[in-house]
Design a protein around this ligand. Structure first.
Ligand SMILES: [Zn+2]
Ligand SMILES: [Zn+2]
Length: 249
């Protein structure tokens, strides 16, 4: 399915116009940068077969990209190379995704509000669901890659020492879940180990202190901690989870 680039570009211009970028030349500059450089950046780091920047329509994806950038020196360097334009353009594009000018948004609004019955886009109205599902899958890919690397390429001795440091209990230090208590025999000695200094920031071999840099986590808490802006702040997640449990009771 090819993308109607002109349609997106016109909507994008309307969004820029209404969000303070009134100068047509600066609109064009931003749009050109986003269509070329940002698309190239996403293509080379996240989605190899990206057809056009407008093929991405899920704000969550951009939030994931933003988190990666905050964590990763390579991305920071690339942004510096572009004089900060990369991060700026991600923010601008994310704004467009969340705005009422984005074509996908307009479609949903019309469907729900029943303001207008006839638009040329009618036949496509049934399609948004699978498209969104596809993008969500991509988001998970980006996050999981990092987690997978972390779980599987770790020195087993360090893992062992981390678990020992926490009393060989194989217990999640955030939710206190233990896999044997929950799942029985099959959960014996299962626990994931999370790196408090993101593995992507470290090059090659380096010394790791298993007592201060690693923590044992269950798979749920491990997934959730990677959604934090600062994935080393496990105390925050613990407090947040405790608050959450109180609210739910
Ligand atoms: Zn947990
Ligand atoms: Zn982790």
């Amino acid at each position: 399915m090819s993308i109607d680039i002109n349609r997106y570009r016109e909507s994008f211009k309307s969004h820029l116009e209404k969000s303070g970028h009134r100068d047509p030349a600066s609109q064009d500059n931003l749009i050109n940068f986003i269509e070329r450089e940002l698309a190239y950046f996403i293509k080379s780091h996240f989605i190899g077969n990206l057809e056009s920047i407008y093929g991405l329509s899920k704000a969550d994806f951009f939030n994931a990209v933003m988190r990666e950038i905050a964590l990763n020196d390579t991305f920071k360097a690339e942004d510096e190379k572009h004089g900060g334009m990369l991060i700026k353009s991600i923010k601008v594009y994310t704004g467009f995704l969340g705005s009422k000018w984005h074509p996908s948004r307009t479609k949903i609004k019309l469907g729900k509000g029943e303001r207008k019955k006839n638009t040329t886009a009618q036949p496509q109205e049934a399609k948004p669901k699978p498209v969104i599902a596809k993008k969500i899958k991509l988001v998970e890919g980006a996050i999981l890659q990092e987690r997978d690397r972390e779980i599987h390429k770790r020195n087993p001795k360090l893992r062992e020492l981390c678990i020992a440091h926490y009393g060989n209990e194989y217990r999640c230090i955030i939710c206190e879940m233990n896999f044997v208590e929950r799942y029985g025999e099959i959960g014996k000695e299962f626990i994931e180990v999370h790196h408090l200094n993101p593995i992507s920031e470290t090059d090659g071999e380096h010394e790791v202190n298993p007592a201060t840099e690693l923590i044992p986590l269950c798979s749920n808490c491990h997934s959730m901690i990677h959604r934090l802006e600062d994935p080393s702040d496990w105390q925050l997640l613990k407090t947040y989870l405790a608050d959450q449990n109180v609210t739910n009771e």
